[in-house]
Design a protein around this ligand. Structure first.
Ligand code: UDP
Ligand code: MG
Length: 316
């Protein structure tokens, strides 16, 4: 039987403190899989340098010179984690690579699980999701915010795998289907479950970051969550519509109340009510416009069909 060729894609943004250790660990895992005859010897790892400002790319070049199984792509600037993953997968679509695994460069997601993923892929699974079953290494804030995010997504009707981030294996067939998803604004976690085919989960405990700091401060996290919601669900727009219908009904009741007050001669009593409703309605209108604006800005970005990323250099 032919051995399968595996590529491990790592997005890296200012990962200078971890990149050497990460490379060592992953090459060892590749060796291990070679020994077990799970993957072919030309399997490799590929860094996607997302416009790092530190030594990440220089170190990648050094590591590439030491071992040809380390490859790399360098973006011309920072395009974000999701685009780094997309670039890695797009570059390997239609090549002789059979399986692609995406994993964060800080190895918070157990790299040993890759072996299990490959075994499942060999047994016929097209997608294997890495799922965290223990988040005790995360701060309580990260845990709660992540949990509520998955809950909200679920409620909004977006199919996601709870506690699965972007640690997953996909085979070449999935990559080809994925290449037909041309939207600019991608929320990968929402895309893969909609593709179908055979999938499986691999469970692991999330570890601490090897070194360095999180590249996902609160602001990036919030915008990521908002993008996830608005690129997958039209529920917020429906909510605005329903709210509008509700407010219209309420204002009908107010009209009746006002008329009654007028004919019974109590009109001046309505002043507080008037003030309150002016503010509430004003607020609701702004909210509604804001939500609609969010979608319109998405359309605006999509129709431009700009490239999702720009590659500056490549190490093959
Ligand atoms: N990352 C990236 N571009 C960015 C931010 C992050 O490529 O603009 C990479 C980062 O190098 C890491 C992964 O995305 O490999 C996840 O980031 P991080 O570990 O900082 O996020 P956290 O685990 O704290 O959510
Ligand atoms: Mg991390």
């Amino acid at each position: 039987m032919d051995l399968k060729k595996l590529a491990i894609i790592l997005p890296a943004y200012n990962e200078e403190p971890v990149i050497k250790k990460t490379t060592k660990i992953l090459l060892e895992i590749l060796n291990k899989m070679n020994d077990k005859k799970l993957v072919s010897p030309d399997s490799f790892i590929m860094y996607v340098d997302d416009g790092s400002k530190d030594q990440t790319w220089n170190l990648t070049q050094e590591l590439h010179a030491e071992d040809n199984r380390v490859k790399g792509i360098k973006f011309s600037r920072n395009f974000g984690h999701q685009n780094a993953l997309i670039a890695g997968m797009t570059e390997l679509t239609g090549t002789d690579v059979d399986y692609v695994v995406t994993i964060d460069a800080d190895l918070q997601d157990n790299p040993e699980s890759i072996i299990e993923m490959v075994e499942l892929a060999i047994s016929g699974k097209n997608i294997v999701y890495g799922v965290r079953n223990d988040r005790t290494s995360d701060s309580w804030f990260k845990r709660i915010s992540a949990q509520s995010f998955y809950k909200v997504m679920n409620w909004l009707g977006v199919q996601t795998i709870p506690n699965h981030a972007d640690f997953r294996l996909v085979d070449q067939k999935i990559l080809e289907v994925f290449s037909q998803y041309e939207e600019r604004d991608m929320f990968l976690r929402g895309i893969f479950p909609t593709i179908g085919f055979e999938s499986a989960n691999v469970y692991y405990a999330r570890a601490e970051r090897e070194a360095g700091e999180t590249k996902y401060p609160l602001k990036k996290m919030l915008s990521f969550a908002l993008d996830g919601i608005t690129s997958f669900s039209v529920r917020p727009i429906e909510m605005v519509r329903n709210l509008g219908i509700f407010m219209l009904t309420v204002s009908g009741l107010f009209l009746i109340y006002t008329l009654i007050a007028y004919f019974t001669g109590h009109t001046e009593a309505g002043w507080p009510m008037l003030m309150v409703s002016v503010w509430i309605i004003g607020g609701l209108q702004l909210l509604a416009i804001g939500i609609i604006g969010e979608y319109i800005s998405k359309i605006f970005l999509e129709i431009k069909h700009r490239p999702r990323y720009v590659i500056d250099k490549e190490l093959k």
